[in-house]
Each structure stands twice: as C-alpha cells, then as structure tokens.
Write a protein that binds this ligand. Structure first.
Ligand code: ADP
Ligand code: MG
Length: 253
C-alpha cells in the first residue's frame, strides 16, 4: 500500500539556518504519527511544508499520491500555480496552536466558510454538515456564538470542526493544546482521540506524552532539523535508543 504522506529527503533553510536537514517520513492511510522534539527543531516547518505554507528547497512531499506544490513531468518537477496549490490545500486540514478562528464570524459561519467558498458547496448543505460536525465536537449549542464568547478549549474544538468540514484526507495538528489552560486540554485531546479511533490519518505535533502513548501508531522524535528516532510508542517513549530522545523525554515526562 502506498503512503498517505510520503516525505523524501526534504531540506529547508531560512537564510543560512538549515531548519530541515533531510527529512524522510511515511504515514500510511489511517495512521496517527505524533511528532515530538525541542522548540526550534523544525516541527512546525515540517507541518507547514506538508500544507504548502512553506516551500521546500529540495526533496519532495506527496499527500494521497499527488506531489505537494509540484507536478512531475518527464522526470522534472514543475511548481504548481497558486490556484492549484489552493485546491490541493483543501485536501489537508490544519489545526493551529492559537485556533485561528475568524473573530468576526459566528462559530457556524467559521465552519461553513471554506466549504462554500473553496469547494463551492451549496450553503444549505454546508450548514447542515457544520451542525453535524459541531455536535460531534460537543458544541451543538454554540453555533450562533462568536469565538470570543468561548473558552480556549471550545475554540479549539470549533477549529477542529472547521478543519473537518473540508473532509480532508489528512489532518495536521501543530501543538493543538499548548495554548490552553491545563483543565481544558483533556476535552480537546478527547476529540482528537475520537478522530484517531475513526481512522483519520493525522500528524500531531504535541508534548502530551500520555496522548502519544494512547493513540500514536508511530512516534517521531525530531531534533536539529532531523528525525533522530522513530517507532511505536512502546519503543520511542518507553525504551528510547538515542541519548537526545532520552534527554528530551526526561524533561517533558
Ligand atoms: P519547532 O516548531 O520545532 O519549534 P520551527 O519549525 O517553528 O520549530 O522552527 C525551526 C527554526 O526555524 C527555528 O529556529 C525558527 O526560529 C526558524 N524559523 C521558522 N520559521 C521561520 C521563518 N519564516 N523565517 C526565519 N526563520 C524561521
Ligand atoms: Mg512549532
């Protein structure tokens, strides 16, 4: 079976700073990969590259069999046009640390916006599925509220519903609970766990080790722009081979 996400020899620099130094990673359909690593190790840059928010310098990434941001023709890679990139991006859901909801739109409108404007779904249909998604994240009664009227945990659950509204093949989470008060972390992780159990393919950057142990098929430890160690949670979290992994885990556990 081919990988849902296939990342090969990806390099990325910002000026003279090489942030990704040859990343190879495969995530199969239905798998959950949890990415751990110290601040500055390149985790966000990697997620952003998968979602075309950053262009890579070399190597390539494919999602669901199509190259991200590029097209292969006669052995060469050609960059896609902005329109095609925007279309590709609708196949990938992205949930940010700081929710990034539209503050001037209601919860319902936040969710309906992309399906209507990017996918040209009939509004009535988009509203109906937004209501279903809100129920799924436990916020059926908040459709008419504005983001500022919600707790951080509720806002993040809306952000997850919004990402799901595009029926993405892949969901990316960049530290989805690190901006939350501790007592709100669980409600967001529970929603992500549900999605994992339903077979959603996802890559989750998080420092929540308990979550990783419970839902990850594979744990990826990054440091200094490289994948230092990767494997099932029982190996990477409970019996890490690399010194850098051990040192990191001793700080976050
Ligand atoms: P992580 O998510 O693991 O904390 P990032 O991928 O955000 O790491 O960042 C990796 C490194 O790249 C950091 O040193 C960061 O300062 C740098 N970096 C990230 N984005 C940019 C950018 N747009 N311009 C310059 N440097 C950046
Ligand atoms: Mg980051």
């Amino acid at each position: 079976m081919t990988a849902m996400v296939d990342i090969r020899s990806v390099h990325k620099s910002f000026g003279s700073l090489e942030v990704l130094r040859g990343i190879d990673l495969e995530v199969r359909s239905g798998e959950v990969a949890v990415v751990l690593g110290p601040s500055g190790s390149g985790k966000s840059t990697l997620l952003r590259a998968i979602n075309h928010l950053e262009k890579v310098d070399s190597g390539w990434i494919s999602v669901g069999g199509s190259l991200v941001g590029y097209r292969r023709q006669g052995g060469r890679l050609y960059e896609l046009r902005e329109r095609e990139i925007l279309k590709q991006r609708t196949r990938i859901g992205f949930v940010f640390q700081n929710f990034n909801l539209f503050p001037h739109l209601t919860v319902l409108e936040n969710i309906v916006e992309a399906p209507v404007s990017a996918l040209r779904r009939p509004r009535k249909e988009a509203v109906h599925s937004a209501e279903t998604l809100l129920a799924r994240v436990g916020l059926a009664d908040k459709a008419a509220a504005y983001p500022r009227q919600l707790s951080g945990g509720q806002q993040q659950r809306v952000a997850i519903a919004r990402a799901l509204a595009l029926e993405p093949e892949l969901l990316l989470f960049d530290e989805p609970t690190s901006a939350l008060d501790p007592e709100l972390v669980g409600e967001v992780l529970d929603v992500i766990k549900d999605l994992a159990h339903q077979g959603t393919t996802m890559i989750v950057v998080t420092h929540e080790i308990g979550f990783a142990r419970e839902v990850a098929d594979t744990v990826v430890f990054m440091d200094g722009g490289r994948i230092v160690e990767q494997g099932p949670p029982a190996e990477v979290l409970d019996a890490p081979r690399e010194e850098r992994t051990k040192a990191f885990l001793s700080k976050v556990l």
